[in-house]
Design a protein around this ligand. Structure first.
Ligand code: ARG
Length: 462
């Protein structure tokens, strides 16, 4: 097999060293980006008169035939090559002869791999964004259908105050909006083209770097050639955004698992997204949600691994940086799977409003509203808090809820209570009164949903 760098060597590479050094088994997934980048490089060399036009044309059509054959599966990747760059270049030379040997003019694998990886991460992160958007659409439909599905809101996993299912799901909608914002921010910074930095110090050929950047849909060429070949912070930024997405999904999964349990029974995950037990015939387990929660650790690991790999590398390129690929690929694959599976599972979840409402009606979720009732009658909030605490104790003693406590018991503690207390503390009133921006009332949530729908529609606009 022909090496790209054999000239200076008198002896062959140790077989074990070659295998250890090779990246083709995983960087083969950069084939399309590598070919696209090389085509742009050749087109630029033609425009600049660096190579004869007919050589550049031969290179471009040779690369196009390789891309086509790879896509159709008629060209197999030769695993004796070191990496995808070597494989494509040697295949090109096999096909078109001499001009193929000129492609690497003014270029190094250092700027080549920096380019390929940027294009790949850019494409994949946009894909993750689209997947999150699909998830948001599913969440919006659930919200719209559940504006008046009362349920307990929790703090410390203890029932706190009543909310609605729409409101609870809406919290996740906001989280995924910020996740998408992080992707958009990272995309802005990464969208600079490193090609032309060559090994580290640019080249003596009259490259037109901005032209290449434009051909490859970058905003501009990078500003410093040493930075261009040694910067992987766009990978770390992307991994960080991916880790955050997983953190949000994992919390959501934890709730789905709790809600699906026999203790809560707020929801039922469909058969298609549940699994059984090999020994206990009654079981229907939320494995998908558990796996998403579990895989979160792996994406965190990818982020940590990359941060540590990069921390001590002197400028410019060092082979340590080849380690970026498996970590970034793993995180991207994991997040793609988790977001799409989670979305499909949520689209089929059956909600049980009656169970949620019954749960909200117990556990004194309306205690704050009893206090607010007193405050409206002029009682200072601190006093009201004490009075309601005593009322709750009485209810606990008798095993009843605040709605079931007779009026005379209320009046024993404060003459400010009247018959209208029951209406004031019904679940419906408790939620409907919370009308400020972002609060759970159907009125506020309708406004939020309109905002969310408008946001998604704006993205659809041409
Ligand atoms: N496979 C290498 C990587 O992923 C490509 C760059 C090789 N450059 C070099 N100087 N050995 O980083």
């Amino acid at each position: 097999m022909m090496k790209l760098w054999g000239g200076r060597f008198t002896e062959g590479t140790d077989e074990r060293a070659f295998a250890f050094n090779a990246s083709l088994s995983y960087d083969r997934r950069l084939a399309a980006e590598d070919i696209r980048g090389s085509m742009a490089h050749a087109a630029m060399m033609k425009k600049q008169g660096i190579l004869p036009a007919e050589d550049c044309d031969a290179i471009i059509s040779g690369l196009a035939s390789i891309a086509k054959d790879l896509a159709e599966g008629t060209l197999k990747i030769d695993m004796s090559q070191e990496d995808i760059h070597s494989f494509i270049e040697s295949t090109l030379t096999e096909r078109i002869g001499e001009p193929g040997r000129k492609l690497h003019t003014g270029r190094s694998r250092n700027d080549q791999v920096a380019l390929d990886m940027r294009m790949y991460v850019r494409g994949e992160m946009s894909e993750v964004d689209a997947e999150l958007r699909d998830l948001q659409k599913v969440l919006l439909d659930i919200m719209e259908a559940n504006l008046e599905t009362w349920m307990p809101g929790f703090t410390h996993l203890q029932k706190a105050q009543p909310v609605t299912l729409a409101h609870h799901i809406g919290a996740y909608f906001e989280m995924f909006t910020r996740d998408r914002g992080r992707i958009a921010d990272a995309l802005v910074r990464m969208n600079e083209c490193p090609l032309g930095a060559s090994a580290l110090a640019g080249t003596t050929y009259p490259l037109d770097r901005e032209y290449v950047a434009e051909l490859l849909e970058f905003d501009r060429a990078t500003g410093n050639s040493m930075d261009s070949v040694s910067d992987r912070d766009y990978c770390i930024e992307s991994l960080s955004a991916l880790a955050m997405i997983m953190m949000h999904l994992s919390r959501f999964c934890e709730e789905i698992i709790l809600w699906n349990s026999d203790e809560y029974r707020f929801i039922e995950i469909s058969d298609g997204f549940s699994t059984g037990s090999s020994i206990m015939p009654q079981k229907k387990n939320p494995d998908i949600a558990e796996l998403v929660r579990g895989k979160t650790g792996r994406v965190y690991g990818d982020l940590m691994s990359m941060l540590v790999t990069m921390k001590g590398i002197p400028l410019a390129y060092n082979k340590d940086m080849q380690e970026d690929k498996e970590r970034v690929f793993d995180a991207l694959d994991t997040v793609h799977d988790c977001v799409t599976l989670f979305t499909a599972m949520m689209a089929e979840v059956r909600f049980r409003p009656e169970r949620m409402e019954r749960s909200a009606a117990s556990g004194f979720t309306n205690a704050t509203d009893v206090a607010d009732y007193l405050v409206r009658a002029g009682v200072p909030f601190r006093d009201a808090h004490g009075i309601v605490g005593a009322l709750v104790l009485t209810c606990i003693d008798r095993g009843i809820s605040l709605d079931e406590l007779p009026l005379e018991e209320y009046r024993k503690l404060s003459p400010a209570f009247n018959e209208d207390i029951y209406e004031a503390i019904s679940l419906k009133t408790c939620v409907e009164r919370r009308v400020t921006k972002g609060a759970p009332s159907p009125e506020s949530m309708r406004e939020a949903i309109a905002r969310y729908r408008a946001m998604l529609a704006e993205e659809d606009a041409p």
